[in-house]
Write a protein that binds this ligand. Structure first.
Ligand code: BES
Ligand code: MN
Ligand code: ZN
Length: 485
């Protein structure tokens, strides 16, 4: 999709030549500045009882009287915040996305538009336009959206254009992350992920290096190897670099969990919903998506993306409960539960990250079911002991409308990882499971400022709308931009 802005007041919508006009109405009172033809339609609909100026209400009109556009979708936003405007715009988009509209326009009545609004409108449109087709030839065509024009006043135009620029990049990154996370595990193996990273490097001026098992053995990543050893599918360790900053500027390092399928291994998972464990590489997909967004925006910052990719399978060669492995850091781990594999591949990737002398390291992982129990599907779990990194994360989360919630990391939780046979076990008791997983990772991240995002509840949706969300590409993109010179 193509995104642009046009200076055309909310008072002059009647003459616009578009396939569909989306009007977001903020609040319960109509802005007197709204185009009279649109205002007349809204008032009439309210009087007739077909629309209420309340959050969540919307109306579709075909060939609306007094307007040149063929389609009009009206949706009401609770307030003027980018978050509320985005929710209303998404609703209006839903009303036109099954039709034939290619050229869309969007006007927001009752809010002064800033960059945050524009970014929100762009990402909402891009989200609505995405349809998974890769392994479903019978899928209906994706919405035919080609362009979204944000209608704004002259004094808003500069900020709106900035928001469009960031939003377009985030949207492209989110789409990439969704697409790869959606692909089934037999279509998205570690090798496919590595090939995709190489392809991205060609088109977006990144440097990508891919390590195979021999290289990972040579380095001594005993924990990553232990997880991968049960599968016939070869592992891949992917290192992708974006160099936009000064040569000696410390990079931001993003580390993604790339389990392309998680059976649980010998500690095998129950059958119900196990298919959703194809999404267990959502963290890795978000690293690729963020690198794509950053490369498009070309900020003055250095970024390293690290992805540890393999399958977690049971087999005659699989790691067994009680096995002790030696990590790249030299610390030993008793693998008490082979289903706690994410932390095993991440700990070696996090130790590997030390060589970049990072300004900050963020790992992104669909790490624990416990995080889903704690936070549901709205907030990602944020874990960090670094106050400055926490503040940056929460601000990026707000700016991107990609919510995360800070969780505790007190030393007391570390007790749970004690083992009689190794420096630590890989699991604690059920209680506080998202926290003990983070405490495990913390033991490998003492050399740099670090944050962990548990996206187990936010990287994909279950049920009828089953599919990847592309989160937290928005949050990560804003976080990285915060380090740009
Ligand atoms: N990939 C899963 C986490 C997960 C489970 C994400 C369900 C989303 C939905 C992870 O590898 C895992 O299996 N974690 C275990 C850890 C436990 C054995 C300590 C879990 O959460 O059950
Ligand atoms: Mn698991
Ligand atoms: Zn997993």
């Amino acid at each position: 999709m193509d995104f642009r802005h046009q200076v055309a007041g909310r008072d002059a919508l009647a003459g616009l030549q578009l396939d569909a006009l989306l009007v977001v109405v903020v609040g319960a009172a109509l802005d007197p500045g709204l185009d009279p033809a649109v205002a007349r339609l809204v008032k009439d609909a309210v009087e007739q009882g077909d629309l209420a100026l309340k959050k969540g209400k919307s109306l579709y009109l075909h060939r609306p009287a007094g307007l040149k556009v063929a389609r009009l979708a009206i949706a009401v936003a609770e307030d003027a915040s980018p978050k509320a405007v985005k929710a209303a715009a998404a609703q209006a988009l839903g009303l036109v996305k099954h039709g034939a509209a290619r050229a869309l326009g969007v006007a927001v009545s009752g809010a002064a538009l800033d960059a945050g609004h524009a970014e929100a409108l762009v990402t909402a449109a891009s989200d609505a336009a995405y349809l998974y087709r890769h392994t479903k030839p019978s899928a209906p065509p994706a919405p035919p959206f080609r362009t979204l024009t944000i209608l704004c006043r002259k004094d808003e135009a500069k900020a709106v254009q900035q928001g469009i620029r960031i939003g377009s990049a985030v949207a492209a990154g989110v789409e990439l992350a969704r697409e790869y996370a959606n692909r089934p595990a037999n279509h998205c193996t570690p090798s496919v992920l590595a090939a995709q990273a190489k392809k991205l490097a060609k088109s977006h001026d990144l440097k990508v290096e891919v390590l195979d098992r021999a290289a990972v053995e040579k380095l001594g990543m005993g924990a990553f190897l232990a997880v991968a050893q049960g599968s016939d599918e070869p592992l891949r360790f992917i290192v992708a670099r974006y160099n936009g900053g000064a040569k000696d500027a410390a990079p931001v390092v993003l580390v993604g969990k790339g389990i392309t399928f998680d059976t649980g291994g010998i500690s095998i998972k129950p059958a119900a919903e196990m298919d959703e464990m194809k999404f267990d590489m959502g963290g890795a997909a978000s690293v690729l998506g963020t690198l794509r967004a950053i490369a498009q925006l070309a900020p003055a910052v250095n970024v390293v993306g690290i992805i540890a990719a393999c399958e977690n399978m049971p087999s005659g060669r699989a790691v067994k409960p009680g096995d002790v492995v030696t990590t790249l850091s030299g610390q030993t781990v008793e693998v008490l539960n082979t289903d706690a594999e994410g932390r095993l591949i991440l700990c070696d990737a996090l130790t590997y990250a030390e060589r970049f002398k990072p300004a900050a390291v963020v790992d992104i992982a669909t790490l624990t079911g416990a995080c889903v129990v704690a936070l549901g599907h709205h907030h990602s779990g944020l874990f960090t002991t670094d106050e400055a990194v926490a503040a940056r994360m929460l601000e990026a989360s707000r700016a991107a409308i990609d919510p995360c919630w800070r969780m505790p990391l007190d030393d007391e939780y570390d007790e749970a990882l004690k083992s009689n046979f190794a420096d630590m076990g890989n699991v604690g008791p059920r209680a506080g499971g998202a926290i003990t997983a983070a405490m495990f990772l913390r033991r490998y991240t003492k050399a740099y400022p670090w944050a962990h995002l548990d996206v187990a509840g936010t990287a994909w949706k279950s049920g009828a709308a089953k599919g990847a969300t592309g989160r937290p590409v928005g949050l990560l993109t804003h976080f990285v931009l915060g380090y740009a010179a």
